[in-house]
Design a protein around this ligand. Structure first.
Ligand code: CA
Length: 361
């Protein structure tokens, strides 16, 4: 049905039956919507919707297409990461299967044709759209399984990086590498390469005045959980070192199996001048997952300042003399202690934050 030369909305009770909405075209290309508003009276409303011009439509379609390209790229990246992650888990589990095989055969020859190993190889090849080859040079279009009497190795290309492979071998290695097998009898993975370093920053969930250092008490320790000019502070008294201001329970969520590359602690601090201006660090140390305070002291030599400022301790590649796993960092007891020295003035700490740098595998 068409209504010609109609430019305004109107209500009309037609003599015919109307049961649903229909689009009605204006002769100049404007859209109108004919809508049933009262089915008992069969009343209808004609609304001018001021439709799109061709250029408006093209611009809209272009914008939608542009935005969709970002969405699709993001989805694809997430999917590829998931594929690589599953494949790494599957191949890493092959080490126990290989050990079982060796127990029975006293050799790894034939391992790549073993039923359990084959299942993992097929799965890896399927998820990475590659084929399987046995005792061959590695390449980016194959999942390669090599086995000799004394060793074995499997490598498969990554979905997330076509230049890299995930490789496991009988030496216990499980690495992302850019080296392919040098021969069909090569049963050792190449050197691992660092994938992208990631980081998480967090503030403490638990803060306390800890008496195992110094003599001066920290008041209001819980105020150091955010940067808001609300301070933990010392109070008047004899010159000396403070207790520890102990900050823990940072709530990190580092993925299991990640390599911890470094820990950066930043303390936002200042002092209130009174009699003199001696205000400096005494100790800044890490607190390990067992609650024990580390040995390395990164106290800075300089005087604190009257103006609030963040001071860095450690770095993206500094492990504070400790060995860390992801669970150590995620532990509720992981944290930092600060002890200061003050004479005359009082110390203020606004915020302590920790950034952990890590690499996922
Ligand atoms: Ca604060």
């Amino acid at each position: 049905m068409k209504i010609m030369n109609s430019k305004k909305a109107f209500t009309h009770t037609p003599s015919f039956s109307v049961r649903k909405s229909v689009d009605i075209l204006h002769p100049k290309g404007k859209n109108f919507l004919l809508r049933v508003i009262n089915t008992k009276k069969l009343g209808v409303t004609l609304l001018c919707k001021g439709g799109f011009t061709l250029i408006e439509l093209l611009v809209t379609i272009s914008i939608i297409t542009f935005l969709m390209s970002f969405v699709m790229a993001s989805l694809s990246s997430a999917r590829n990461k998931a594929i690589d992650s599953n494949m790494k888990t599957s191949l890493s589990s092959m080490r126990s299967q290989a050990a079982i095989y060796y127990d029975g055969a006293s050799s790894y020859v034939g391992l790549c044709a073993n039923q359990s190993i084959q299942a993992a190889l097929i799965s890896a090849a399927s998820s990475t759209n590659t084929n399987i080859q046995i005792n061959a040079l590695g390449d980016s279009s194959h999942v390669t399984c090599n086995a000799t009497t004394t060793g074995w190795a499997i490598q498969t290309p990554l979905k997330t990086n076509s230049n890299q492979f995930f490789c496991v071998d009988s030496n216990g290695t499980a690495v992302v590498t850019e080296q392919v097998f040098g021969s069909g009898n090569d049963v050792a993975c190449g050197a691992g390469v660092a994938s992208g370093v990631e980081s998480q920053m967090a503030s403490a969930g638990i803060v306390a005045d800890d008496v195992t250092a110094g003599t001066l008490i920290w008041s209001n320790p819980s105020r150091i959980v955010s940067s808001n000019d609300s301070y933990a502070n010392t109070t008047a008294g004899s010159p000396g070192n403070t207790h520890y201001l102990k900050a823990t329970n940072f709530g990190f969520n580092i993925p299991a199996g990640s390599t911890i590359n470094g820990i950066l602690i930043e303390i936002e601090k200042s002092f209130i001048e009174a009699v003199d201006t001696i205000a400096h660090d005494n100790e800044v140390k890490i607190v390990k997952s067992d609650g024990i305070i580390g040995v390395v002291n990164k106290a800075l030599a300089g005087n604190w300042t009257i103006t609030d400022a963040y001071y860095p301790y450690g770095a993206s590649s500094d492990l504070w003399g400790e060995t860390w796993s992801a669970s150590d960092i995620n532990d509720i007891d992981f944290g930092v202690v600060l002890s200061g020295y003050r004479s005359g003035c009082n110390l203020l700490v606004d915020h302590i934050r920790v950034t952990v740098y890590y690499t996922t595998h």
